[in-house]
Design a protein around this ligand. Structure first.
Ligand code: HEC
Ligand code: HEC
Length: 195
């Protein structure tokens, strides 16, 4: 009897040791499955107002993920979603999306609006921080090829002082800029190829 009990315990331990680590050892692709509905399976968002995460500088994504997890950058639709993620897991998620290629920019082109947006961005020296290619670096995001609706949403938030938990450099950069000028820059930047 006693031997049988010992064997049962040994079997139970063996099984639970097999099962438990597997349940916890989620891979990054498994973890980001819940992000796909909004940010796209490959980090290219197709929904209105959603940022594409593909090809962003890893450090930018990592910084934002920590700020979002801590509730400093408030995103109601992501509330609580990153609770329990460790710093190392967020670093891995950032690297995962940084490596994904960005989808092609929209094919339609209004050359007048594109040129006007480009001149405005140059005149306001956005490239000093975001680089003249608008590909971003370190904790500064890539703007080239980002969704136009998300760019405009962000620029309006910065200009209106509603970008909670975000860098005050950006509030200063677009201080007093008109809606029309923000629209033209969003149109231009969304059509600058990121390759
Ligand atoms: C229900 C939709 C939704 C889901 C699911 C979601 N997000 Fe988001 N996420 C958003 C929205 C909306 C924004 C932009 C909010 C804003 O700036 O106003 C955002 C912004 C971000 C940003 C900042 C991007 C930038 O360019 O500023 C990162 C990084 C991010 N999400 C990562 C993730 C990750 C990783 C997951 C999965 C663990 C995830 N999100 C799941 C809706 C979602
Ligand atoms: C002094 C440096 C600096 C200048 C100049 C600057 N930016 Fe930024 N920008 C940043 C930083 C840093 C962030 C990240 C802010 C954060 O999330 O806290 C950012 C974020 C953004 C975002 C949000 C992108 C995203 O994925 O969340 C947009 C859009 C943007 N900048 C557009 C512009 C435009 C257009 C100009 C020129 C009118 C400009 N920036 C000038 C530093 C700068």
């Amino acid at each position: 009897m006693r031997l049988l009990a010992v064997i049962k315990v040994a079997v139970w331990l063996g099984v639970s040791m097999l099962v438990t680590p597997a349940a916890h050892a989620q891979t990054t692709p498994q973890r980001v499955a819940l992000c796909a509905s909004c940010h796209g399976a490959d980090g290219n968002a197709t929904l209105n107002g959603m940022p594409s995460l593909a090809a962003q500088p890893a450090l930018f994504l990592e910084t934002q993920l920590v700020l979002i997890r801590e509730g400093i950058r408030e995103i109601p639709s992501m509330a609580g979603m990153l609770n329990g993620f460790t710093d190392a897991e967020l670093t891995a998620i950032a690297a995962y999306y940084a490596d994904k290629p960005l989808a092609a920019v929209p094919k339609d082109l209004d050359p007048v609006l594109f040129a006007r947006g480009g001149e405005l961005a140059q005149g306001m020296r956005c490239g000093i921080c975001h680089l003249p290619t608008y590909l971003g670096r370190d904790q500064i995001p890539r703007l080239a090829g980002q969704r136009e609706d998300f760019l405009l949403h962000s620029l309006l938030q910065f200009r209106n002082g509603e970008a909670s938990g975000r860098d005050s450099n950006m509030t200063a950069a677009v201080y007093g800029v008109s809606d029309d000028d923000l629209k033209a820059m969003s149109y231009f930047l969304s059509r600058v190829p990121a390759q």
